[in-house]
Design a protein around this ligand. Sequence first.
Ligand SMILES: Cc1ncc(COP(=O)(O)O)c(C=O)c1O
Length: 401
Amino acid sequence: MTWTAEAVATRARNLRSPKFGVIAEVRKLIQGVEGVVDMGYGEPNFNTPEHIREAAKRAMDEGHTHYVLPTEGLEPLRQAISRKLQAENGIVVDPATQVLVTAGVQEAINVALLALVNPGDEVIMPDPYYYVDPLGVMLAGGTPVYTHLREENDFRLDVDDVKSKITAKTKAIIYISPNCPTGSVFPREDLQALAELCAERRIFILTDEIYEKLIYDGTEHCSIASLPAAQDITISMFGFSKAYAMTGWRVGFLVASAELVRTMLEVHTQLVLCTNSIAQHAALAALEGPQDCVEDMRRDYETRRNTLVDGLNRLGFKCKRPPGSFYVYSNVTGFGMPASQLAKILAKDARVVGYPGSAFTNGDDGENYLRFAYTKDIDSVRLALERMEKVVETLPKGGEA
Ligand SMILES: Cc1ncc(COP(=O)(O)O)c(C=O)c1O
């Protein structure tokens, strides 16, 4: 290794999940291969709805090409966010002091962690996780502490387990609901218990609600900040990427008490100065415009989910219909081989990509799961199932042997 490579800061060198290797190995097998059904990434296949794109074009033509001041975000956008939260989430915030528009939930996560976590602090998070969460904690100098989401508990949060993980160093818990990568949704009663626990033990709550609109079967999405016990200790993070198919625009937002937002604003300004002006105008159009585009996409995802889950179960995977997000975290123990081996076989022989659970966990059961993102159209989902069926038929029935 060159001395320049060796001399980089430890914090930067550590900013790579050791689990990425397993995804890289799968992706290598499909490099340059035509016609792959890639259900690895959580990237919506839809284009951003037209009225949102038009708003962005207008913003450019009208000269909204400057820094956005104040740096917490466009005032009309913060007002629209505040109205949305009150109407949809039961969260009441002052748009002037309690809203921060960020470069996606990604920035919100890091801004919140950098604002809260001191070196040595512990942050509890569900495992399996979104890889950004443990890395964000480490970037801030903290230590991730994991609470396992178990399949037999429908991948719900186990608040008693969270309680058992609390130490004098615990600063916060960060969770995602609807969940990535499992597709579970944490019910109100569990969040009520979590809110009470965290309020009593003086622990901050960070919620990633990016999948709030991708929810099925009439399941309720509960925002913990709407519960009185959690109101002052919660940083709630929301996005446009998934529900409005706006991953490339890099815009999201967080809300919290005015006191916390003041501190996070300093971190945000230091990192990015302000969020992209054109994207903020687009986000405003997303919130204020017709919402049937969101519902149309949601229905489409629901159809794909049903087709995918039914098909996977027919093929020997085991999975229930996950109530939220656009992931199926399927149990592959019936195939009698580790998930990473199965993922490679499927990538090579079926040209279908799913990610092994070991990429999302610190625990030892990751090799029991394959995650599929149903972010491809229904025909592609059907094609993936047909191709996988042909490959799976050739596998030894290892799990049953
Ligand atoms: C759980 C979760 N949070 C945050 C993000 C990033 O969101 P954004 O595009 O708003 O930065 C993703 C993207 O895949 C995600 O799955």
